[in-house]
Design a protein around this ligand. Sequence first.
Ligand SMILES: Nc1ncnc2c1ncn2[C@@H]1O[C@H](COP(=O)(O)OP(=O)(O)OP(=O)(O)O)[C@@H](O)[C@H]1O
Ligand SMILES: [Mg+2]
Length: 491
Amino acid sequence: MDNISQTEKNISIIYIISEQKDIRGMIKRALIKTADEKKITELSGIKALPSNFNSDTYIITEYNRMHIAAVSKITPKRNVKLYVYVNNIRDLNEHDVIFLIKHNIDHIIHSKNIAKLTYEKFIDAKIFKKKHYNAFIDKSSTLFEDLCHNNDDIAYAGINIYGISNHVESVIEKACKIAQSESSVLITGESGTGKELIARLIHNKSRRSMNPMVSVNCGAFPEGLLESELFGYKKGAFTGAFTDKPGRLDLADKSTLFLDEIGDMSLSLQVKLLRVIQEREIEPIGSLKTKKIDVRIISATNKNLEEMISKKLFREDFYYRINVIPVHILPLRERKTDIIILIYYFLKKFGDFQNNSVYGISEDAFGILLNYGWAGNVRELENLMEMLVVLNESGLIAAKDIPEKYKCASAAGHGQDARLGTKTGINIDINANKIKDFGIDLKKEMEKTEMDIINRAMKISGGIKEKAAKMLGLNRTTLIEKLKRYEKNKK
Ligand SMILES: Nc1ncnc2c1ncn2[C@@H]1O[C@H](COP(=O)(O)OP(=O)(O)OP(=O)(O)O)[C@@H](O)[C@H]1O
Ligand SMILES: [Mg+2]
């Protein structure tokens, strides 16, 4: 059956390619609900696949790079839809996702969405969605629509948490389990990782969701004020207390109290709150009566509380009270597949609502964002994407639109990936022949790249060596030595 072309007789319009019979069977079972079984052909490899097609065709292959590379070459592409099957979407790393994008895959199916797989005739407008040749991530990409699907567990909780990393899945799973309990939860993670989002998910999935979650930012109030915010006060308790005021603990009765930035709470207030957690009752300032309350406490911090305990800046007994169940959220740079998904999500979110003329992001711009360190995590990415979308005029977000700060830090080695074409000054292609053919002096090129990065860091830091060294993760003395050597070479 080598290289047969599709004829009138050969009416198959759906090819399922997998070495494993059970995978082919599973995909076929899902499809025959909407497609005529006679039109489906199972193949164990790509050799038997026709090289051109007369009718509109679906090609569904398992995740096998050789198969994907081969099917992506099929022309004309217009009437062929390419699907890739993976058992678990979480098994994909950032290189796999990039591979799928580069090979123009239209859809991804996996064990969780396979039941929804349907055969649609190509006249369906959705299938003819226009693709922009110069967009690496296209706002109308159906592949990303599949990848960015919100977890069904949280869809009904009114929370938008996107990401396909194993980490995000395990945090969501843990949060949903915790929601069924009454235990105190401590959420830790760098700034902007989504701690409040997870706190809301726990609350919304709990039996307390009938009442609104009450939040207090412990870092936003001076000590005395935080106490009256939490406990409330009686009229005349202190100068200025003209009326009774309920505290947030009281307002959170039968609900959840979210104590954000708990690391900023004073030691004396920690003692008072410890008593509330133990006794489950409060005493407003200036009141002689206590009141029973039923509050679930979720705390969050980006500080290392154990280190603070060792420095006597945080109470150990209080720590164990609030940290019955710990939830830690990893920084964004440690879950790169989520960066890709979130770039698409924010592109769509801000594109749809703020500037509909934006259709995508270029490969260069994408490379910069993927390799940046994201110290401000999801919030920083969200803010940058909003700015890039709102200010965009050409429709395509390109590298030139991204502020220098992101390019410099990206090139300075936050896991840079030469294959993505980040602008480091030299496009390093690890191919010995090419290097030989073009006569590249690698050492010289590397020095040139290094100096380019150092120069940019010096510019950004306003010429302050200490600041530039910190940015580059170098000792100040190492930086000075490099600058001296550079000056000498120039002469
Ligand atoms: N996985 C995610 N999917 C979609 N949006 C996210 C995700 N994680 C975080 N965000 C968004 O990023 C922003 C920051 O999240 P959040 O406020 O929950 O972080 P945080 O850890 O509490 O930050 P901070 O430490 O600064 O208080 C919010 O707008 C939130 O909606
Ligand atoms: Mg927060």
